[in-house]
Design a protein around this ligand. Structure first.
Ligand code: F6P
Length: 342
């Protein structure tokens, strides 16, 4: 059997660990041959493949990014796109099926291709942790660790100057990274997309922390909306899927907090630093287990599904379980964190 592997959408710490887990399991235990597909669906459509041997995945679990490259191409677009062309391309290279590692957009495309007769097995990835059907996605833990460490640093400089520090994290329309990093760093208020707040709500917590002699730390998710705001803040245009590129809300909030509270306030947008570099130990293990299990599913002939983490187990679920609704932060989780605010 010959399997292609691709990574599609935004990169994420742990992608290489999935690739390594799949290739080691497949080559060593099942006699499977692998090819790497360059730059996501683009490489599949263009037939841009290269041999992926055990030697090439050596030491990869700790390496950030993706050795395969990635893009946000839609496999249905272009002259060579679509299931019939893709089937011909795969047949021409004697490839039996594809492991597609990606987020919501990638898994939606994988589901559509699977429904159109292509052998596809999905592996979910996202730092945002916004996919249903998997309790955690790899990349999230690393992003939380990076953001927490950054906030610890912001706090020492905030303490030195008695300033309010506003830290903005990624996450698109869910607040998982903000909730976890904010709790870990002891934020005085955490602003997430699921819970709109007023400027007064935020400033009350800032004032209460300052009154106790603390330098206030405000954590804000990029998708957060103030009460009355219809859309998340975006001033960077659209991405390849025509979605607004988020980021920058902290730069709007910081001067407003300073105006209302009179406390000198600075903002920091952590941005892509949260996605870069080596995956955490947790993410290396999760990603490796998903890679191993993806190959086991293929050996069992279970194409057209994705692997996921439920509890501590790796399971196989239909693509539809992960798509549609987002995995948002439940209210009780936010309320738990909120008991520590101020
Ligand atoms: O989905 C992961 C993510 O990092 C989001 O948190 C963020 O909004 C987006 O991707 C940024 O995308 P890009 O890398 O295209 O700027």
């Amino acid at each position: 059997m010959k399997i292609g592997i691709l990574t599609s959408g935004g990169d994420c710490p742990g992608l290489n660990a999935v690739i390594r887990g799949a290739v080691l399991n497949g080559t060593e235990h099942h006699g499977i041959e692998f090819v790497g597909i360059r730059d996501g669906w683009k490489g599949l459509v263009e037939g841009d493949f290269f041999p992926l041997t055990r030697h090439q995945v050596k030491g990869l679990s700790k390496v950030g990014g993706t050795i395969l490259g990635t893009s946000r191409t839609n496999p249905y677009d272009g002259e060579r796109g679509g299931p019939e062309n893709i089937a011909k391309t795969l047949y021409g290279h004697h490839i039996d099926g594809v492991i597609a590692i990606g987020g919501e957009g990638t898994l939606a495309a994988a589901q559509r291709l699977a429904n159109d007769g292509i052998n596809v097995l999905g592996v979910p990835k996202t730092i945002d942790n916004d996919l249903r059907a998997t309790d955690y996605s790899f990349g999230f833990d690393t992003a939380v660790n990076i953001a927490t460490e950054a906030m610890d640093r912001l706090r020492t400089t905030g303490d030195s100057h008695q300033r309010c520090m506003v830290a903005e994290v990624m996450g698109r329309h869910v607040g998982w990274i903000a909730l976890h990093s904010g709790m870990a760093a002891g934020a005085h208020i955490i602003c997430i997309p699921e819970v709109p707040l007023s400027l007064e709500d935020i400033c009350d917590k800032v004032n209460s922390a300052a009154e106790r002699g603390r330098a206030p730390l405000v954590v804000v998710a990029e998708g957060f909306k103030l009460i009355g705001q219809d859309e998340a803040y975006s001033d960077k245009g659209l991405d390849a899927f025509n979605r607004p590129r988020l980021g920058g809300i902290s730069e709007v909030l910081a001067p407003e907090i300073e105006r209302v509270t009179g406390i000198e306030t600075r903002s920091t947008v952590l941005g892509h630093i949260q996605r870069g570099g080596a995956p955490s130990g947790f993410d290396r293990v999760l990603a490796t287990r998903l890679g191993l299990h993806a190959v086991d599913a293929i050996v069992d002939g279970e194409w057209g599904q994705m692997v996921a983490m439920q509890g501590t187990a790796i399971v196989r679920v239909p693509f539809s379980d992960a798509l549609g609704e987002l995995n948002t932060v439940p209210m009780e989780r936010y309320e738990g964190a909120a008991t520590l605010f101020g």
